[in-house]
Ligand binder design. Structure first.
Ligand code: C5P
Length: 220
């Protein structure tokens, strides 16, 4: 099936890494597996994919453009540079904060006692893309990794960030870094569970749902 033939899709994946000094950083736990699998599944349906990825241990998937970044600011710049697109999917575990100052050298631990790092808030890439006036992709999708009140939190997050779909992701059972996942796709039209399966199976089901949306003339 080639339901996404010629469609331009941007996927973010992996963590962002926010430097504290020459050797230390702040980051999030993310293997990049779900984002990479989703990018590959979309490619297999004919989409022209740009994968914007933080540092992961995975090889860039063939048949797409992969842009490697480290920080949230770099990720936002790479996403913006990749626009326009028909679909944006934010799977990356973007760090919510970055150290307000980055030291070029290694900070010495000779202060004795407490060390304080001031944090500046990172931009929300998903909300930024969803709020674009001229270049908003027709479908903007976020992932909500949650441990409690998974569906309620994801529903609220979809509205708060202004995206079309929010993929609710219960990450209590070793999902971060693991092979398996289970999600519920929350849309304005309804909620669609995709039961527990390998991340590549989840990715194929999601890609299929996106292709169906673009194939149904009534949707757009
Ligand atoms: O608020 P939270 O981090 O749980 O939201 C998750 C969703 O928002 C994911 O799709 C993630 O990629 C995106 N996000 C983002 N930029 C941020 C924080 C989250 O794009 N700074």
């Amino acid at each position: 099936m080639t339901g996404l033939a010629g469609r331009l899709v941007i996927v973010t994946a992996g963590p962002t890494v926010e430097p504290i000094d020459a050797v230390r950083f702040l980051s999030n736990r993310s293997s990049g597996r779900q984002g990479y699998a989703l990018a590959a599944a979309l490619r297999d349906l004919g989409a022209r994919v740009t994968l914007v990825s933080g540092p992961v241990a995975l090889d860039p998937p063939p048949g797409m453009k992969t842009v490697l970044v480290e920080t949230a600011l770099q990720m936002l710049a790479a996403v913006t540079a990749a626009l326009p697109a028909d679909v944006f999917i934010g799977v990356a575990a973007v760090a919510d904060w970055r150290p307000a100052q980055t030291s070029a050298g290694k900070i010495k631990k000779d202060h004795g006692g407490l060390a304080v790092i001031e944090l500046a808030e990172n931009p929300d890439i998903l909300a930024t893309v969803a709020g674009l006036q001229d270049q908003r992709p027709r479908l903007v999708v976020g992932f909500a990794a949650e441990t409690d009140d998974v569906l309620d939190n994801a529903r609220a997050k979809r509205l708060r960030k202004g995206c079309d779909w929010m993929v609710a992701n219960d990450v209590t059972d070793g999902v971060m870094g693991g092979e398996m996942n289970a999600v519920t796709v929350i849309t304005q039209q309804g909620e669609f569970p995709i039961p527990q399966a390998d991340k590549s199976v989840i990715a194929k089901a999601l890609a299929q749902r996106i292709a169906e949306l673009f194939l149904s003339a009534s949707a757009y």
